[in-house]
Design a protein around this ligand. Sequence first.
Ligand SMILES: *Cc1c(COP(=O)(O)O)cnc(C)c1O
Length: 432
Amino acid sequence: MNYYSLNKIAPKTTFKDAVIRGLAPDKGLYFPESITPLPKKFWDAIDSFSYTEIAFEAIKQFIAPEIPEHILKTIIEETLSFDFPVVELNNNISTLELFHGPTMAFKDVGARFMARCLGYFNKNNTNEVTVLVATSGDTGGAVANGFLGVKGVNVVILYPSGKVSNIQEMQLTTLGQNIKALEVHGTFDDCQAMVKTAFLDDELTSKMQLTSANSINVARWLPQLFYFIFAYKQLHNKHENIVFSIPSGNFGNICAGMMAQQLGLPIKHFVASNNANNVVTRYLASNQYEPKPSIQTISNAMDVGAPSNFIRIQEIYKNKFSNLKENISSYSFSDDETREALLEIYKTFNYVADPHGAVGYLGCKSYLKKQPTAHCVFLETAHPTKFLDVVEDVIKEKQTLPKQIQKVMGGKKEATLISTYTDLKSFLLTIK
Ligand SMILES: *Cc1c(COP(=O)(O)O)cnc(C)c1O
């Protein structure tokens, strides 16, 4: 599959090149040249397919021919070595648990898939690739874990000092080996801006091959489309009118859901659930797209002021505001509302959600007011114990740490403190 840049200036390129570059030379995000829906017989027979078979059928057109089919199958099997259960809360609301991976964040799937693709492309290559990534919380851990020990790949993770949870910080600062953490004196937007500057710095990129493992990278972004099909498989015999509510930050996950829709997944609508960082909620209400600096919230992985994947969503819906409005609703919720929702979910359903899931739950409730016959699935994007302070404070009950989390808690934090782009650049040049 070829990919084009959404800035439409850079030449088209292959999947391999798009993964290695991350961002196109004209700074645009890459987008697949075509999307061929899966045949009706695939959707009709979905009950008879395993998750790995579904994933293979869904993604192969975007990868072939650069990764041979038998290798792609192995990559998928290794990537999906944990479960994706749907838990029904009542007749109208379910949650899709995406936190059963090694770092208990939904980003594990994209990070593991991308790491294996890059490992494959790099197998005969003596040139090292440096993965440079900014994290608002969970990307860092998932990328660190997914890329740990991958040959020929160095990973540098920037995170905003004091703005990620303790567990998240441990997950990205304690692994060592080819993983380096940079603690940035600033916000997530500052981290993201520094990463972008590095990609555009000719002096730097002439000395090293940099790539990104944020959802701007097609190999991180696309595998997320699996989740929506997995949930559909679990629910379609019981419920009609399935709608997904996606707690959104950079809008990569929801945009992957829309790709599943383009492949023929019979889903009519998406709910983009936001915290106070609500540029998309405001856009859908006003037709004015106004990115703003990010605001810190208790659902910190969604503290994004300028969602990078929104441009892909606009491409999917052919840049037509009316198409967009038909396919997506968006709501925004405060931290107080999120805390109340956490408590409500616990008291009503005896279910412990995390703050991001709680925002998704609120999105379902708002949507169901308009469409009471829908079945709304909110994505539980992280395990509640990753946000222990908030969760225990709200539900007033001690949580047991799962073994994945216990494992990192005893580790030793290693991070380099930086403040400016110059600091980042000299750091990168020293590891080169
Ligand atoms: C990254 C993340 C999100 C937001 O996903 P996007 O693809 O950036 O919209 C939501 N919840 C959690 C826990 C995350 O880590």
